[in-house]
Design a protein around this ligand. Structure first.
Ligand code: TYM
Length: 332
């Protein structure tokens, strides 16, 4: 073992990978993988809390694995795995659900949003979703959890659950911290900049997907909703569309908002939208091609997820055994 800190994060294979997940999460995972012990998961068990198509889930899970690798996550240096392959996640989830309170789970904004969207299927899994997420994080004693700002509340809940458990049984779990990027933590929909860009959005014009063709990406950027002014200036409250585009351009190019405002001073919205679209296309082109290439190599993908599950199982199993012992379960 080394003394690097540990990172855990995951993405649901519930839809195609969007620019939101890329800038809010994966881009940082790649940076952080240089200096941390990293566990990057494809959280397929989280993806069944809303009705889904099995064949599509299977395809998306493998596609997401290929995308993780294509984005620059080396499976030799990072533990990349599929959540349902490591049964400790479900087991710890049950234990932690006895230490998570009904009231706190009811206050989760994602639960409230998702139950409003799925009124005919407000199942218990949707409600205990953040407990499974806490299990994901705590099994690996993660110090940091790189996520977009929408997941901050869930990571804070994981801390509360860990604290409660540690309060009873001693120092079992490491206290995780959310790691939210300064720029890119909340990418908004291009068609409705008041709303978060989301892979489950039915209005696909508001989303940009990693596997889309350059033409489709450019078209969505060119149609991005802006405002009736003409100045390219960051003002999230009054100019949400332009501010979202500035945020995207900044996250992609590394330029500050001020540098971007200066670069585009006196130029029109059309020019700016095209420039942001081109920057995204350029960033993603090699990644998309690499993901397509890896997708075809089923044997390689299988070797990667098997190795990942083995490594993850070893660490997760140790934590679970410790938890079971503390609880007074008789050892097998
Ligand atoms: P998910 O699958 O909805 O999103 C994956 C990651 O992408 C970030 N993200 C965004 N960031 C910026 N702007 C956006 N528009 C945007 N949309 C998504 C999310 O914040 C997230 O980091 N519950 C999690 C998955 C999960 C997880 C975990 C994460 C399960 N277990 C343990 C961390 C640790 C989720 O639904 O993310």
């Amino acid at each position: 073992m080394n003394n690097k800190k540990t990172i855990f994060s995951g993405i649901q294979p519930s839809g195609a990978l969007t620019l939101g997940s890329y800038l809010g999460a994966i881009k940082n995972w790649v940076e952080m993988s240089k200096n941390y012990n990293c566990y990057y998961c494809i959280v397929d068990m989280h993806a069944i809390t809303v009705r889904h198509t099995p064949a599509e889930l299977r395809r998306r899970t493998l596609e997401q694995l290929a995308q993780y690798i294509a984005c620059g996550l080396d499976p030799e240096k990072n533990t990349i795995f599929i959540q349902s392959h490591v049964s400790a996640h479900a087991e710890l989830c049950w234990v932690l659900s006895c230490y998570a309170m009904f009231g706190e789970l009811s206050r989760m904004t994602q639960f409230k949003d998702k139950s409003a969207k799925n009124v005919d299927n407000i199942n218990a899994g949707l409600f205990t979703y953040p407990v499974l997420m806490a299990a994901d994080i705590l099994l690996y004693n993660a110090d940091l959890v790189p996520v977009g700002s929408d997941q901050k509340q869930h990571v804070e809940l994981a801390r509360d659950i860990a604290n409660r458990f540690n309060g009873v049984y001693g120092d079992v779990f490491t206290m995780p911290e959310p790691y939210i990027p300064k720029v890119g933590a909340r990418i908004m929909s291009l068609s409705n900049p008041e709303k978060k860009m989301s892979k489950s959005d039915e209005d696909t014009g508001g989303c940009v997907y990693l596997m889309q063709s350059p033409e489709e990406i450019m078209r969505n950027f060119k149609r991005a909703v802006t405002d009736s002014e003409t100045s390219i200036r960051y003002d999230a409250e009054n100019k949400p569309g332009i501010s979202n585009l500035i945020q995207i351009y900044s996250a992609v190019s590394g330029k500050t908002f001020k540098e971007i405002e200066e670069e585009f001073a006196g130029r029109g919205y059309g020019d700016f939208k095209a420039a942001v679209g081109e920057a995204v296309v350029e960033m993603w082109c090699p990644i998309r091609e690499e993901a397509q290439r890896i997708m075809k190599d089923k044997a390689y993908l299988e070797a990667v997820y098997r190795q990942g599950a083995q490594r993850a199982e070893y660490v997760a199993g140790k934590t679970l055994r410790k938890v079971y012992k503390k609880l007074g379960f008789v050892a097998r």
